[in-house]
Write a new protein. Sequence first.
Length: 303
Amino acid sequence: MNTDRAADEVASYITNLALEKGLSVNSCDAYRIDLMDLIQFLSSKNVRDWESVRALDISDYVSQLYDLGIAASTVSRRLSAFRGFYKHLQREGIATHNPAKLVLGPRESRKLPTVLSLQDIEKILDSLQGDRPLDIKNLAIIEVLYGCGLRVSELTGLRLSNLLADGKVINVTGKGDKQRLVPMGGMARQAVLRYIKEVRPSLVKNTKDARDSIFLSQRYGKPMSRQAIWQLIKKLALQVGISTAITPHTFRHSFATHLLEGGAGLRDVQEFLGHASIETTNIYTHIDKGHLLEVVRTFHPRG
């Protein structure tokens, strides 16, 4: 294989990715490295050109990655890069087939999400019981994350106009701009209304950025960023002695798990979380084996 020519074709593909899909510099570099590594492998096998590459060649390359101890997620990413690259070659008339399309990627084991115990969540909530404006705001944030199971982007995107029925229901805009109605429990509703009444007015600045966003930053009065929420969660966990690494999403996982443990139906939890597929929600049924054992002991005639 003419490596210089192949490198030029890779460069053309990367340029198209950057222009058409707006990929970041880091992503483009990752694609380039993956494809150049494939070129070196094919050259070592004396493959003449892209048209001559067979599915077996790609499969041999994947086997080599496994032998080197490359993670399954990385192998999947590289296969995805190869498939996309070959689509580009087909569009350019350089290749007539896509051998990478015939090679199956590894099946990645899905990691179970981290879930906080009710005791740990209560530790965090108890640490925010006070009259300081910052505590009032942070309590409202945690109550909504845990009480409504929102994604951090959904939380930071909340507006006053999203509060319906005096705050008993919130209109949430999730992934793909899909909207769903999520009931807000009494404790969360009380915390949010108190924050809006007692604290938020002092945070509002004369800035168009804020508009009617609910959660505003202390200094500039702009909508809180996702990074700020992450930092808050990390700080609160350290303060109450939680050693497990947690994120805002941990409260969403905990919300779903605790609902199921309490007897909620899987379909109901799916609606609360805004999952398009029940399979995504199904992961929460595998978390607390102790709870499932207790269900069998309690309800099964041979328990």
